[in-house]
Design a protein around this ligand. Structure first.
Ligand SMILES: CC(C)(COP(=O)(O)OP(=O)(O)OC[C@H]1O[C@@H](n2cnc3c(N)ncnc32)[C@H](O)[C@@H]1OP(=O)(O)O)[C@@H](O)C(=O)NCCC(=O)NCCS
Length: 184
């Protein structure tokens, strides 16, 4: 895939997608500071901790994480990452996360980021993509992924807790990948 890539959002605003790179620490920290606690809670790491962000930059260039950012007027407005394993029974399956700044949601930015992650997963020869999503907290993502032929393959009742301690079901959503882009 060739980067930087210019994309036009639903409201005709132009953004640029490119891989995360050295020097983005402050921009990425500022981005996560503006994300609501409930959205950050669903992630696997606390992105308000400088050590979390530092680790991401220490791992830049690793084969197991592909991380992209979207910029608008030199501000990060979206982030996506694809995580793969180099060994073992699920190395053919990629996992990913996408997060978009609230004021940039529902403008197709999440879709642009998802398409790049799907393309990258296919280029890496992965056979499936998986996302674990929390019902009642990540409903926008659940709906968005359904539109892209992700299917709910399992439902774990009352598996997750929100910041207030309420229980929520977790959905395991999987998309089978094809060998060629034209099959997508
Ligand atoms: C999920 C998320 C990334 C979607 O980003 P986005 O830029 O708003 O997505 P898009 O505008 O590309 O929308 C994609 C599709 O999902 C649908 N969608 C988006 N938000 C929705 C919502 N709240 N309810 C129902 N459908 C929704 C859109 O209608 C769109 O379909 P369309 O193209 O047919 O209109 C964004 O809401 C977000 O950052 N949420 C918090 C973090 C999160 O839950 N991440 C998921 C982890 S993978």
């Amino acid at each position: 895939m060739s980067y930087p890539k210019e994309c036009v959002l639903k409201d005709c605003e132009e953004v640029v997608i490119r891989p995360l790179e050295d020097g983005d620490e402050t921009l990425l920290t500022d981005f996560f500071e503006t994300i609501h606690e409930n959205d950050r809670w669903c992630m696997r790491y606390d992105t308000t901790k400088p050590s979390t962000i530092k680790r991401w930059f220490d791992n830049l260039g690793s084969d197991s994480v592909f991380s992209i950012v979207t910029l608008c007027n030199d501000v990060i407005v979206g982030h996506g990452s694809l995580h793969t394993r180099e060994f073992g029974a699920t190395k053919h399956v990629g996992r990913f996360r996408i997060i978009v700044l609230p004021e940039f949601r529902n403008k197709r930015l999440g879709t642009w980021i998802l398409l790049d992650l799907v393309r990258t997963a296919m280029d890496k020869g992965l056979e499936a993509l998986r996302a674990d999503l929390i019902a009642g907290m990540e409903d926008a993502a659940i709906e968005a992924l359904r539109k892209f032929d992700f299917f709910k393959r399992a439902e774990l009742k009352d598996y997750a807790v929100d910041p207030q301690g309420e229980r929520h079901d977790m959905y395991i959503m999987v998309k089978r990948l094809h060998k060629g882009w034209s099959d997508f």
